[in-house]
Design a binder for this molecule. Sequence first.
Ligand code: HEC
Ligand code: HEC
Ligand code: HEC
Ligand code: HEC
Ligand code: HEC
Length: 344
Amino acid sequence: MKEKKILWSLVMVISLLLCGGGTGYAAVSGACSECHTMHNSQGGEPMGLADPQSALLLNDCLGCHTTTRIDPFVGGYPFVRLGSGASDDNCLAGGFFQTDTDIGDNNGNENHDIGAIAVPAGFDSSETTWYTGHSAGGGNGLGCAGTNGCHGNETDLDDMAAIKGGHHDPSAYRILYVGTKGVVGSGAKDYEEAIIRDPGTGVVTSGDTQNVNIYSAGVDDPSISELCAKCHGDFHNESGSTDDCGSVSPWIRHPTDVAIPATWAIGDTSYTLDGDDYKHNPVGYEDATFQLTSGRMATCLSCHRAHGTENADLLRWAYSTQLAGQESGSQVTYGCLGCHDAQR
Ligand code: HEC
Ligand code: HEC
Ligand code: HEC
Ligand code: HEC
Ligand code: HEC
């Protein structure tokens, strides 16, 4: 009996480890024919895109991940591109790509430009040798996945090959990897749609109705900030050394994966984070394990959204709204001031 119990706990521990703190990752469901086409031919006409798509799909990444396909999100297609009227209040957690991209500029606009051949700011060519998006590295242009993008592996140029299996049998948070290790995280089932539209909605941090993302931070996981550092190398410090972003003040870059002091309002664990905190300055946790009592940390996504926003530099809010010495008003609830309460 005892042996059985030990064995069972081992199985539990292993499955917890495999699933990143007990969190499953979302797999697609539905009829094969909704997404795949066996011959891309019906009555002699192409069924999906005229060009053949990998994995016998009817569509490409942005073809599926767009509001025009299913609007609004109904538990089906998480969207990263919206039609006109896209805003910081109707997007999902990753934000959105603009439809009118002005490709080629390194920091000229509000989103990651698909197709951009600029060298990412802070790019470290000695550490990131696989990235073929930028002009000197192959010039394929920034893509969604693989050797020129953010999702999937770092070895396949083809988007779909790079994320192979990610939709049916996911093994990493949002199909994101650093090397061969999956990024750790726990995702909202609705990709934060509800909390972004109405931050007054109650926050649920686990279970089937989880409505906020729990980001990973710290030096042990492949954290979400480490994912960004794949291309923006010098923006993040993984090892505690001072050569990248710094490890103590004077910081070279704003700290990430660093604990928020308990003396700050948002770092005080007796304070329960609300919808505004999750929308405007979410924190990260070691192993992406939501903890009431310790370890709130800053991550790249505390200030940025991954794909884009309404604001310059993919920021969750306009930097210009952040004014020191404001005791009250809506601006003190978010952004820099959401964390730095002493500056209010
Ligand atoms: C909601 C959309 C969707 C549905 C429904 C769907 N698939 Fe897929 N499938 C995808 C996407 C996207 C990919 C390519 C990216 C990837 O592998 O993650 C894919 C990849 C695949 C692959 C190749 C990659 C792998 O996992 O080995 C196979 C095989 C596959 N699907 C079979 C099926 C079958 C069989 C069904 C029905 C029982 C089905 N799919 C239903 C979206 C879907
Ligand atoms: C045929 C339609 C289709 C195509 C093509 C497709 N996706 Fe998806 N994708 C989906 C659907 C549907 C889901 C939602 C899974 C869920 O939440 O149940 C999804 C989910 C995801 C997720 C979130 C996974 C998670 O952890 O919740 C990511 C990331 C993603 N897709 C990236 C991509 C990338 C990158 C490509 C192109 C290489 C792509 N998708 C191509 C239909 C598609
Ligand atoms: C695969 C490489 C790659 C990864 C990974 C990556 N970026 Fe970038 N990033 C780029 C490139 C290329 C540019 C410059 C072109 C552009 O602006 O679109 C850029 C530009 C930016 C900019 C300036 C945008 C502007 O135009 O104003 C910000 C901010 C940024 N990235 C943040 C992030 C964050 C946060 C993450 C992690 C969620 C991340 N990046 C991950 C390649 C990457
Ligand atoms: C505390 C908030 C905050 C955090 C955390 C943060 N950023 Fe930024 N980031 C900003 C602001 C504000 C700007 C624009 C103004 C500036 O550069 O001072 C910016 C600008 C950028 C740019 C454009 C730089 C350029 O040369 O134009 C990149 C790239 C970027 N951030 C990437 C990252 C990455 C990667 C991380 C995580 C490792 C990160 N940021 C974490 C607030 C933040
Ligand atoms: C998610 C919370 C969070 C947000 C949002 C945030 N910061 Fe910070 N900030 C921190 C943490 C944590 C530190 C490091 C504190 C420490 O270790 O003393 C820090 C440190 C700083 C420092 C001091 C660096 C030093 O050398 O001591 C400055 C200045 C700063 N942040 C400015 C900003 C600005 C401007 C913004 C908005 C663009 C911003 N922060 C947004 C958490 C945050």
